[in-house]
Design a protein around this ligand. Sequence first.
Ligand code: AP5
Ligand code: MG
Length: 223
Amino acid sequence: MVPHTVFRAVIMGPPGSGKGTVSARITATFGLKHLSSGDLLRANIKAKTELGLLMKSCIDQGHLVPDGVMSRLILSDLRGLGRTSWLLDGFPRTVAQAEALDKLYSVDSVVNLDVPFQTIKQRLTSRWIHLASGRVYNIDFNPPKVAGLDDVTGEPLVQRDDDTPETVTLRLKAYQTKTEPVLEYYRSKGVLETFSGTETNKIWPHLRAFLDKKLLAPREGVA
Ligand code: AP5
Ligand code: MG
């Protein structure tokens, strides 16, 4: 395990719980590097890399990518970041992945977004994303300034191929069987903090206060 003074965090929650949306706020507020497994896979698909082509059908059908593939991909990116504070989104998603991560890094905090499944289904069908950056919009909740275009680059937004109602149901099932045990794994290590609610804007102030305490308290007294 690498000794560290930097802050290493994981954000968890079912598909559509707002991990991407909240991660953008965390990175803007606290300056952590954001690494999203889903964004990384979608970038590979868009660039038609060998891995992207192999994984596309798996993702579109709502299945998880094999542990070995996913762990290699994320852990090599993490190494590339060096000694910096980061926030992992979408990884680890199985206990095997959590164990692979643990061999290299100790995680300081795991924030868990606990959002009811009924809320999620309705959200995902109105989600639009900017593929290159992973920026997330929602036509009801946070629409882009100009319909169909990314606020920052002006490039077109797209809907994800895995956001159909049938695939969302499969993704929620995979979450229950494969990912919920990861919550237990981190709970037993004493690093899990759960935030429950149906609205990102209501969860955010609590999450922000929690991270303020975790990240800023040790630096108190420093000008
Ligand atoms: P990934 O991209 O990680 O998808 P996911 O976990 O299914 O989560 P999402 O990105 O769909 O949701 P989110 O929680 O980020 O929510 P968001 O902020 O967008 O993974 C995709 C696939 O890749 C997986 O299914 C798997 O196949 C594969 N994969 C990835 N990682 C893997 C791993 N480690 N191992 C194996 N396979 C892996 O918000 C959702 C929507 O809600 C948005 O539209 C948002 O605007 C909206 N919203 C947020 N808050 C509100 C609100 N208060 N009111 C209304 N709408 C709101
Ligand atoms: Mg996401």
